[in-house]
Design a protein around this ligand. Structure first.
Ligand SMILES: Nc1nc2c(ncn2[C@@H]2O[C@H](COP(=O)(O)OP(=O)(O)O)[C@@H](O)[C@H]2O)c(=O)[nH]1
Ligand SMILES: [Mg+2]
Length: 427
């Protein structure tokens, strides 16, 4: 149990119209009484004059809220002070709280950490919450909402339940074989049920990684010097992120510009024009360009279509169509000078992006979650092919433990006891 009562300014930095200070812990109610001289009704807003408990000086007229634990955001007693958002008001109230016995300022993430420790949210939901706070585009927001709302946690819980059913059947086989009744072989349907679970996990693993939505689709713009790469990047980014000039070899370093295009997050990457450079700095730039092409999710290739680096990831773009006749071999035709063809290019980008990003309403895994599911699927695969019930039972147990890592929960072994109670087969 945590003994400390923590507080923090939970809203944005002052000055602002309103500032919300949150207090969580065993002394949250005592803090309210010390400052406001009263304890409001739970979950009902009430107005109060806050006073400095030491000097008795009035600090602010504030709106108070109280959420008794465990039905609160952190699972502890929580209090909220909705203050006037002036810098001095907030500073004075925080100072008064700091002087109260048993209270200290929260460290970053500590409210959420307590929510996790008190079982109010699991690890996957906490990750969703973190994503939600940093979401900048609509698609990021929707995905983060789903994760924070437990979409992955529920999927994992479903898998755990099916694993437990399998375990129960295997344990029954083991119990009977003790009595010499069933000597060999696996219960019918077990291997198939396990295989179906493996397939579902592998399908989840095959989906686009969650990080791609958070960090943006890596869209690398590449091609020969002077093709108009930097001009195209600037056009897509809506700002002059990269220097453009008629001098071949202007761009040397990678220029990265995070950009939302039609609500879809992209990380635009401009590169040095690919050629045999005679200048040392440009040579390094060209080497970096080639390297970054390997890490691209999508490539806008501004060279000859036949020379595209990786046709699966590349869209061939003909640039400067205000100067040259259209090349039908290219996928898109644009002019950064007149803006012609840009709408069609953007539509093409969004269409390609759809397959690269997690689908809304579908579970997507980040690297941490994927590692746990990969381990679970590997253990479960052993269970699919296993002949010896004891080995299969152990593989299933390992799979459950791996899945526990997704949510950071390990209550499964207790659930197991309860479940085996129901499955009791004459024992
Ligand atoms: N007429 C015309 N000029 C362009 C267009 N795009 C770029 N340019 C010019 O071509 C030159 C090279 O462009 P830049 O974007 O620096 O090419 P990069 O070397 O591939 O990055 C610059 O002088 C640009 O102004 C275009 O669509 N039409
Ligand atoms: Mg350039």
């Amino acid at each position: 149990m945590t003994a400390d009562t923590i507080y923090a300014l939970s809203s944005g930095s002052p000055p602002a119209a309103i500032a919300v200070v949150r207090i969580s812990g065993p002394r949250a109610e005592a803090a309210l009484v010390a400052l406001a001289g009263k304890l409001p009704e739970p979950r009902v807003a009430s107005l109060a004059r806050l006073k400095d408990p030491g000097s008795g000086e009035a600090l602010d007229n504030a709106l108070l809220l109280r959420f008794p634990g465990p039905a609160s955001a952190t699972g502890e007693d929580v209090a909220e002070l909705h203050l006037h958002g002036g810098r001095a008001v907030v500073a004075a109230v925080l100072r008064a709280l700091a002087r109260l016995e048993g209270l200290r300022e929260a460290v970053p993430g500590e409210f959420t950490r307590r929510a996790f420790e008190n079982g109010r949210i699991d690890l996957a939901e906490a990750e969703g919450l973190a994503d939600l706070l940093s979401a900048e585009t609509e698609s990021q927001r929707r995905n983060a909402m789903a994760l924070a709302g437990g979409i992955l946690s529920r999927r994992v819980a479903g898998w755990q339940e099916r694993l437990l059913m399998l375990s129960a059947e295997i344990e029954a086989v083991i119990d009977f074989s003790d009595e010499g009744e069933v000597g060999e072989g696996m219960p019918e349907g077990c291997a198939a049920a396990a295989a179906a679970l493996v397939a579902e996990m592998e399908a989840a693993l095959a989906r686009p990684p969650a990080e791609r939505l958070r960090d943006g689709i890596r869209l690398v713009i590449a091609g020969p010097p002077n093709a108009g790469k930097s001009s195209l990047l600037n056009w897509l980014a809506g700002r002059q992120a990269a220097i453009t000039s008629a001098i071949a070899g202007t761009t040397r370093d990678l220029v990265e510009a995070p950009t939302a295009i039609a609500g879809t997050p992209f990380l635009l990457v401009d590169t040095a024009g690919l050629r045999d450079a005679d200048n040392e700095v440009e040579r390094i730039g060209v080497a970096r360009a080639r390297e970054t092409l390997g890490a691209a999710d999508l490539i806008l290739w501004l060279g000859a279509p036949a020379a595209a680096p990786d046709p699966a990831r590349a869209l061939c773009v003909q640039s400067k169509i205000d100067l040259d006749p259209i090349d039908p071999a290219a996928d898109a035709h644009v002019s950064a000078e007149t803006g012609e063809g840009m709408d069609a290019l953007v539509a093409l980008l969004i269409e390609r992006a759809r397959n690269l990003l997690p689908t809304e309403g579908e579970v997507s895994l980040n690297t941490r979650q994927a590692a746990a599911v990969t381990d679970a699927a590997a253990s479960l695969s052993e269970a699919v092919t296993g002949e010896d019930p004891i080995i299969v039972a152990e593989a299933l147990r390992q799979a459950r433990l791996s899945l526990d890592r997704v949510t950071g929960r390990s209550g499964v072994e207790e659930m197991l006891d309860a479940l085996f109670g129901r499955f009791c087969i004459g024992k």
